[in-house]
Design a protein around this ligand. Structure first.
Ligand code: FAD
Length: 515
């Protein structure tokens, strides 16, 4: 705890030096003079200095609660007109679920995008249905509104209390991405307010460069105020299946076979790694039924590394028989440990909103607001075996403090005109170390988790694994150049067009506003 507090203090002190300029009374009064439908507050700003990572707390000077898109535009235009002589920066804050202060603006203005939900999500049914949602809308609300029309977005994140603009600024990945691509592959149109305060509508046909720049753009090119999201008919129910493997090669081969199937496969394919967990299957019993209860009760997970394949098949009640036949055919091709087949049937809504159940439990124990030193990597398929051998065999020796997700994605489902960076191979794996650090010392401490992350990154570097970080975190421009590789030029060029003064999303630490 002490180390964390000291670290936070150090960050605040270092960055505090650049906040001086912003508290300039002239700048404050010029901001106060803006004619806004919403409001700008200079007092209640501490919430905007928090995020899920709970490691960086950088106070802004002001928080804008926009009442309209014009408020966002007027504020950005004003900051742009202050020119390069001002150090004032602006960050859109979605639901603040970043990990390293990416939605913070030390000494600057944070725009609370959740205030901009406006007229809510509008659903357009028809042959190619879509939803128009505010950039500050939570995905759960987009889902609830779409379901009223029997529709739903196609591609998801595992957790739905994230905003549309927040996930589209990264990619938005979950177990549907192998079929539909990430969320950024399922957007038809955006409305973006650039770093010059210009409100621009864009799509793959109109202002395409800005459209693709903003998707996966880490908030660098503009603030997404509206997104048109492709929808599909929503199933009523989901068959949800978990099976275990002890052999990593069989686990990943089965995952790859399922995501590559030409015709019938599952609708959602993920996986996770379990290290030395006691009573694992007993925990599952509250939500899943074992196919073979006697054998399942004899299965012992202690001291082992296991790999769980998680699958779903969507269905409507009148299609249950066909769905069950298809599931049986698919399961028969897999090489999991037979006694570990667990299944359940839940509504589509309950499945998509599943992480909220854990959130409620963790919050009640005070374990949601702890530091989250997460590390998300995209590892090319050709190196996933080496990676697993080293990381699960040597670096992570004890039970992990939080889930480790591991599942394959397909490059062909991503659009390489967006700003998102992925490995070069057609199949690559998301490996997400979703650690919590509730303890001040010892195994569950922040210090320990950060050391483990460091060892994993170090291994990738030494072993020459051409991985990419997802939700990337770097502190120097050199590192960012390494992340973008040959595409850095495009990224920097787009920045010079859409946010030439580097006003936007300073918390990503890619560009620095000159003052
Ligand atoms: P914020 O943290 O508020 O913002 C993120 C960045 O985007 C900041 O730089 C911010 O300035 C910028 N930004 C925010 N809104 C806008 C906007 N409207 N326009 C332009 N820029 C904007 N990700 C996945 O892909 N898949 C998952 O399954 C997944 N699960 C998660 C589960 C949990 C519990 C958490 C905490 C995160 C998860 N994430 C997942 C990561 C998540 O997608 C990102 O952290 C995302 O940025 C969070 O959205 P937010 O609305 O909280 O954004």
């Amino acid at each position: 705890q002490q180390t964390t507090s000291f670290f936070k203090l150090l960050v605040v002190l270092v960055l505090g030096s650049i906040t001086m300029h912003v508290s300039d009374p002239d700048v404050t009064s010029s901001l106060e003079a803006l004619d806004l439908a919403g409001n700008l507050t200079f007092h209640d700003v501490s919430l905007a200095a928090n995020d899920f990572g709970n490691r960086y707390q950088l106070l802004p000077s002001a928080v804008l609660h926009p009442g309209s898109v014009s408020d966002v535009a007027a504020t950005l235009k004003h900051v742009f007109q202050l020119g390069a002589g001002s150090e004032l920066t602006v960050a859109a804050r979605g639901h603040g679920h970043s990990l390293h202060g990416q939605a913070q603006a030390p000494g600057g203005i944070v725009i609370s995008m959740e205030s901009l939900t406006g007229s809510g999500t509008r659903v357009h049914a028809g042959e190619q249905p879509y939803a128009d949602a505010s950039g500050g809308e939570l995905w759960i609300n987009v889902l609830l509104e779409s379901l009223k029309h029997g529709l739903a977005p196609k591609s998801w994140t595992d957790y739905l209390r994230l905003t549309v603009g927040g996930t589209l600024s990264n990619a938005g990945i979950s177990g549907q991405a192998f079929r539909h691509g990430p969320q950024i592959s399922n957007v038809l149109q955006l409305e973006v307010v650039t770093g010059k305060g210009e409100v621009t509508s864009c799509s793959s046909e109109e202002n395409a460069d800005l459209f693709f720049a903003a998707l996966g753009g880490l908030g660098q090119f503009g603030i997404i105020t509206r997104a048109r999201i492709a929808l599909e008919p929503a199933p009523k129910m989901v068959k949800w299946i978990r099976v275990l493997y002890s052999d990593f090669t069989s686990f990943t081969k089965d995952q790859e076979m399922l995501i590559s199937a030409e015709k019938i496969t599952f609708d959602y394919i993920e996986g996770f790694v379990i290290i030395n967990r006691t009573g694992l299957l007993n925990n599952w019993r509250s939500s899943f039924n074992p196919r073979d209860p006697v054998q399942a009760s004899q299965f012992d997970s202690d001291g082992r590394i296991l790999f769980c394949l998680e699958l779903t098949k969507n269905f409507n009640p009148d299609e249950a028989d066909i769905m069950n036949q298809q599931v049986e055919t698919l399961l028969a091709k897999l090489r999991y440990i037979p006694s570990t087949l667990f299944q359940s049937e839940v509504t589509y809504l309950d499945f998509l909103d599943r992480v909220h159940v854990s959130e409620v439990k963790l919050r009640s124990k005070g374990l949601w607001e702890v530091p989250h030193p997460w590390l998300n990597l995209l590892i090319p398929r050709s190196r996933i075996q080496d990676f697993a051998k080293e990381v699960f065999g040597k670096i992570l020796t004890d039970s992990n403090n939080g889930p480790i997700l591991l599942y394959p994605l397909k490059k062909s489902k991503w659009d390489n005109r967006t700003s998102a960076m992925i490995p070069e191979e057609e199949i690559f794996y998301l490996v997400a170390f979703l650690s919590s650090a509730p303890a001040s010392s010892g195994y569950n401490s922040l210090e320990n988790a950060l050391k483990q992350n460091e060892r994993i990154l170090d291994y990738c570097k030494k072993a020459g694994i051409q991985m990419k970080q997802y939700l990337p975190y770097y502190t120097t421009q050199e590192e960012w150049k390494g992340h973008f590789g040959a595409r850095w030029e495009t990224f920097a060029h787009r920045k010079s067009i859409y946010d030439p003064l580097s006003i936007l999303a300073p918390g990503q630490r890619i560009f620095h506003k000159l003052g």
